[in-house]
Write a protein that binds this ligand. Sequence first.
Ligand code: GGG
Length: 355
Amino acid sequence: MSSQLKIAVVPGDGIGNEVVPEGLKVLEAAGARFDIDFTFEHFDWSCERYAKTGAMMPEDGIDTLKAFDSIFLGAVGFPGVPDHVSLWGLLIPIRREMDQYVNLRPVRLLKGITSPLAGRDESDIDFFVVRENVEGEYSAIGGRMYEGTPAEMVMQQSTFTRRGTDRILKFAFELAKTRPAAHVTSATKSNGIMHTMPYWDECFAAMAGNYPGIKTDQYHIDILTANFVLHPDWFDVVVGSNLFGDILSDLGPAVAGTIGIAPSANINPEKTAPSMFEPVHGSAPDIAGKGIANPIGQIWSASMMLDHHGHPEAGRAIIEAIEAVLGEPSLHTPDMGGKATTTQLGSAIADAVRG
Ligand code: GGG
């Protein structure tokens, strides 16, 4: 019997409109091969919509999305709308209202891609960034006073709850249990940030006590970023707060060749609401409309969506197709040093999935 998946498609802004169709093409190919019947419903929620209506999505947007199995998102943000307005009008409310508290971001040097780090191959760069996705430094608590005067001041409040911290740490340890290296690294900054980060460290130590078989270490975020470049082979599962996880998951894929390939899954592990799958990259206004964006981040996110819905064989077939196609340099987009277009690369991966 075929499996059915109802997917809300939100291409969003800029290159989101170019890479999402390639992701859908590959999903259709995987669906045909693995007997998965997709229904895609498209939503034009974006900065363009904001410019026309004053809102990134309609008032009942979250309720609308709750009727779907998953959300397939492109990119959010475009010049003309302040970035905090577009993000807090679409991406962040979805993550929070759907309780997508895990942002899982694999970092792998894929066969066929050259790392900017000399002498590194696939065996050196293969880890996950587990980013806390609904609290931490991404907070609406704060404000501005005495605006426009010499006394002007602004405050921004981070929040770290016991529940929020424990559940993301637990996810990271459970993930490490499934991996041969079985190793969790914590991103901290408890020397300079004197309340939240020592708390994070305490929670990490307590959680580690529940997992005696898992190797652990922790680094302040400054030296951790240096070690991503100098020693990417040290890492297996790296867990961090919302902001630290965001920064690390741009740096990781850059070390693995290009941020254009990086996928992410905003996961509600309990499946009480839909999860959302999106590339790590943003809308890239500098190349939007040129047809040269790398669609692999979007396509790999589609693979994560299939894993989430219990189709690991289909998810794996997409990864194998990506790796097979990357073996052909004429299909590399400019960010990988080639001349291929978004559509050429996406179509080649869809063909490879079909087999
Ligand atoms: N692919 C979604 C997107 O546009 N990401 C860019 C971005 O800046 N996201 C903010 C975040 O992940 O916190």
